[in-house]
Design a binder for this molecule. Sequence first.
Ligand SMILES: [Ca+2]
Ligand SMILES: [Ca+2]
Ligand SMILES: [Cu+2]
Length: 384
Amino acid sequence: MDSTHDDHGDDARPAADGAIADAPERGAAHNAHTAAEPTGDGGHGASCCAPTGRDAFLSAPTPVALGLPARDVSGDARHLVEQVRVPAQTFRMGDGRGDENRGDGETPVHEVTLESFGIDATSVTNDDFARFVDATGYRTEAETWGFSAVFHLAIAAPAEDVMGAPAGTPWWRGVKGADWRHPGGRDSDIVGLGDHPVVHISWNDAEAYCAWAGRSLPTEAQWEAASRGGLDGARFPWGDDPHGDDSVPDPTPKPRDGTPWRMNIWQGVFPTENTLEDGFLTTAPVRSFEPNAYGLWQTIGNVWEWCADWWHPGYYGVSPLIDPRGPERGQVRVMRGGSYLCHDSYCNRYRNAARSSNTPDSSMGNGGFRTVDRRDDSPIGAPV
Ligand SMILES: [Ca+2]
Ligand SMILES: [Ca+2]
Ligand SMILES: [Cu+2]
């Protein structure tokens, strides 16, 4: 195993994309990274709505082998999530409104050209993920590590299962026994939640699903183009108003204060009092609210969605104009869209342009994914 490390010399950063079979190295690399330079909680993204890495909960994590899919073959009818088509386009990527959280790297706004691609209309659900696990016996990283991150009001576990809270984000707990089948801990289950997004899914878990399903995680550019739904520069998939769209009649039932919400985020006083104006404390069924003009549901809010790319705050300044795929190396992977925990007072990352990230082995109760048509490795326009 360690021979695979030679290519990287003393460079402790994880291997480049696609090294799904390289679990032992990645685990070691993760530990090296977090020991040498903890991601911290002040500078960027992951601190408010998502815990930052497993080491936030564990001072001395035990490296463990990942469970890998029993089979790695292209899917036939395995991946049953409805597909929508994003047309070929050149769009303006990034935040042009000054909404950015400092350090997230949402600027500069830059034009990006993409070919057409198919993408999941919804995030992958518990029912979808169960088909994968039934077929492969795959064990998620939350199961392998024995714990995952749960929002304090969503814990359903005896006190002895609840680990500490990371500094700076006291609303997160590591909960032993929390995983995709037990989103709040051992006293919870997913009965009746088959159409909710699967959560407690690490980037590595999502990649394993993709390998089985013959799919890929979206690149960050694909995700943003899909979420924008063709609306140039808009803050949200439907426009700029978090409560609706000025130009389109809104069929969403009115919540009790008369203000319709178009997404599942947090209303009230974060992190203690959720007024549930949008109807949901944690996850909502994937077809809640209204889809955007391309037919995508809930890119914004509900659950964070992993992207294929490594994250770097300076990437937009150097990224290629055509089909950008992220930095070649990195330590954290991009997450997009925000979650049911996003609230103005702590995190306004429930926007098309917003960026966050986490280590590839991190999992949490508000983290899931959706997939796109499998990518080949040749850049658009390259000779075939
Ligand atoms: Ca909510
Ligand atoms: Ca989402
Ligand atoms: Cu947030």
